[in-house]
Design a protein around this ligand. Sequence first.
Ligand SMILES: C[S@@+](CC[C@H](N)C(=O)[O-])C[C@H]1O[C@@H](n2cnc3c(N)ncnc32)[C@H](O)[C@@H]1O
Length: 415
Amino acid sequence: MAQPPGIHARRAALKLLDAVLRRGETLEQAEGAALREVRKTPDKALARAIASEALRWLVDLDGLIDTATKQRLPDDAKPRMVLRLMLAQALQLNTPPHAVIATCLPLLSGGPRRLAHGVFSTLMKQSAALPDAPTLPGRVIARWGELAQSIARGLAEPPEVDLALKHPSATSQQAVALEAVSLMPGHARVPRGTAIENLPGFSEGDWWVQDIAAQLPAKLLGAGEGRHALDLCAAPGGKTLSLASAGWAVTALDISKRRLGLLKDNLKRTGLTASPVRADALSWEPKHLFDAILLDAPCTATGTCRRHPDVLHRIGERQIAEMVDLQRTLMQRAVEWLKPGGSLIYAVCSLEREEGEDQAAWITREFALRSAPVAEDELPVGLAPTAEGWVRTHPGMLPDQGGLDGFFIARWVAA
Ligand SMILES: C[S@@+](CC[C@H](N)C(=O)[O-])C[C@H]1O[C@@H](n2cnc3c(N)ncnc32)[C@H](O)[C@@H]1O
């Protein structure tokens, strides 16, 4: 029997959802296998969008499904997985219900198919709707405490697209050319869905895609004036590019061959220079000390939940504890490689205290480093440093400008 167009994308979305929720994979890890049989780029994007919206709104979608079933469907039952995808399309992606039915029901057969059809039709007849902001899973609310509500509001929509500009001195002119809004020198924001490759300056490498929060760690090291910086855990290289464009001679180290390949591609496209090194930071030894070190440490990445809503469902205490240990070991090595008077930045795209505030307090206690508090005028208007002089961002901040990713950043100077 001929399959309706669009079913490949739905089958791939189901594989993505299954890989995240049942196997604990990241969306990025799951994409290789899940999207293999999807040929067209728009279909790949559709599969990603459906799975992402199902993950963003999972608690609310499950709540709706439960109101329309007599017996609660198990969390990993296939009809529940398919219903999550169906409702995400109808309620969040504005897909007409008949198109949802035609493309998703073929993913099931027999009793489960009749069940999914019945539940979906009932909810559509009742004009089921989603709330203004997604309901977060209970354990996430417990971790984020009083920030949870504000973060949830910032999560309601996928984010706009931020660009980091190679020449911050030309920000105003470039913002006009890009029809973008700029929230600080070197930054430009364009609406989501913009065809990035068609924007002026793409092929010339005048900018690269990077959330405004991710632009801050390199910015807080200031101008390099030819001095040596180590970007430890550098790939795919967003911060390496910022450091290189600010005049640092950058050694960009990462353990991942694939990600370091992306870093090299980024250098080539932008015409910026850095020295990529593929090595394990836990065993590598530098040939000289550095004037500045940026440790953008591996982390749970919960701060990127707007773009990667899988983190809402995959990350628990075990993953956080593993990252905390790795971050401390990396920091113990990094401090050995700083010149006296050299600057150190520790950054993570995590919303977890254990990886951010607690780590900064530990670093301050543990090493011969002097805190170098961040000043308010180093940050975009609307953000302020913490009482300790650290930077904490989360998706609920700058709500009128479209929000930003969650980051924690702190700065020290070697004694
Ligand atoms: C948060 S990401 C870095 C993002 C990057 N700084 C940027 O701005 O594009 C963390 C990186 O740490 C790398 N990494 C993890 N463990 C490492 C290790 N032991 N040695 C070197 N790099 C490592 C990962 O491959 C990953 O690319």
